[in-house]
Design a protein around this ligand. Structure first.
Ligand SMILES: *Cc1c(COP(=O)(O)O)cnc(C)c1O
Length: 370
């Protein structure tokens, strides 16, 4: 699905040097590279505070802790997303309230949010799925009207630009009260292990986040609140420092690959190519098709026979997952989420675009449909 080896070989000299520097320095925890990457990332995103942490799931959990959410509070999230988004809500004793998504951009449908708001609702967690921003202008307006926090799950869309109707442009993850991202290796800005970060423009929140991520302490061995241990390793920061410089080039390469797929696949009846949302650039974390008429699974089997990788993100709505049964009525169902779980299929997309490989994939899909 990704070509991490090809990408590494092109930046090997810089990456290896960074790793060696870390080994030599012995500053394995909180080394200077962590601080440097934090600064670089703040200026890239144009956000006041980046707080690195151990992974994207931790970032979401720490965000909810920092906002002071209490057991029993309700948090709205899309039903069509990776489990981490809703998992941490449940782990903190909060109630995940899952709402439907839009059939074309796959992101949370703002028109479905208000009907789920109750006096217990405290926050909305939009997910910028597959590399494209959710409708943040509408979401921020709803949040303001009902006095809710917004935590952006930006694990899949780092580097995407969102344009407001005023013309103002912001990076995804810097629009809500807190943004969360992941540096898992296959993410658009991936390190060589686990990593994550929280983003915020609020000084007080930034301070609370730093304290929570560091065992609840401001001063060593004096613990103000219950926190956790969530840090980005120096060695990963060395890698991210290098890769951040190439993030926009990587997004461009992903877009080229997506456009190439589009050309080859746009005229096949029963296949819908990814829709571009006018308010957001797309950084193509995934290139995801919709396959009509119940043919998605047979297409996937066919591709597998031809040794072409593909993935289903995600096969089951969150509210149908065993772990989430206690949050929903037995017959709870959302029509768009149901349909997407039957129809989505993601093709390989990455930074090392080679037309001949994409040609083979396009060709096989064309053959399948004729
Ligand atoms: C990857 C991902 C996460 C979790 O990130 P980890 O670093 O793997 O913990 C959360 N939300 C979404 C939407 C993701 O894709």
């Amino acid at each position: 699905m990704v070509d991490l080896k090809g990408q590494y070989l092109k930046i090997k000299r810089e990456i290896d040097q960074g790793i060696l520097d870390c080994l030599e320095s012995t500053e394995y925890i909180n080394g200077t590279a962590v601080k440097q990457f934090q600064k670089d990332f703040e200026s890239y995103l144009d956000v006041k505070h980046v707080i690195p942490c151990a992974n994207g799931t931790d970032a979401l959990q720490i965000a909810m802790m920092a906002l002071g959410l209490q057991p029993g509070d309700e948090v709205i999230c899309p039903a069509f997303t990776y489990v981490a988004t809703a998992e941490v809500i449940g782990l903190l004793g909060l109630k995940p309230v899952m709402v439907d998504v839009l059939p074309d951009t796959f992101n949370i449908d703002p028109s479905c949010i208000e009907q789920f708001i109750t006096p217990k609702t405290k926050a909305i967690v939009p997910v910028h799925l597959y590399g494209q921003s959710a409708d943040m202008e509408s979401i921020m307006a709803i949040a303001k009207k009902h006095n809710l926090f917004v935590i952006e799950d930006n694990a899949q869309a780092i580097g995407a630009d969102y344009t407001f109707s005023s013309g103002e442009v912001k990076k995804t993850g810097t629009i809500g009260h807190i943004g969360c991202t992941s540096f898992f290796p296959s993410k658009n800005l991936g390190c060589y292990g686990d990593g994550g970060a929280l983003l915020t423009n609020n000084d007080d929140l930034a301070q609370t986040i730093r304290i929570i991520a560091n065992h609840g302490q401001e001063k060593k061995y004096y613990h103000k609140v219950l926190g956790c241990n969530s840090r980005l390793d120096t060695i990963q920061a060395e890698i991210l420092k290098v890769k951040l410089k190439y993030l926009d080039t990587y997004s461009k390469a992903r877009n080229e690959m997506a456009a190439y797929y589009d050309e080859g696949l746009k005229n096949i009846p029963g296949v819908t190519i990814p829709k571009r949302f006018s308010q957001s650039t797309h950084v193509f974390h995934q290139y995801t098709l919709l396959i009509k008429n119940g043919k998605r699974d047979t297409l996937q089997n066919y591709l597998e026979e031809k040794s072409i990788p593909s993935m289903i993100y995600y096969p089951l709505p969150l509210y149908k997952q065993e772990a989430f049964q206690k949050y929903v009525e037995p017959d709870f169902s959302l029509p768009v989420t149901e349909k997407l779980c039957q129809e989505v299929i993601s093709l390989p997309i990455h930074t090392e675009f080679k037309p001949e490989i994409s040609d083979k994939i396009i060709n096989e899909i064309q053959i399948f449909f004729t």
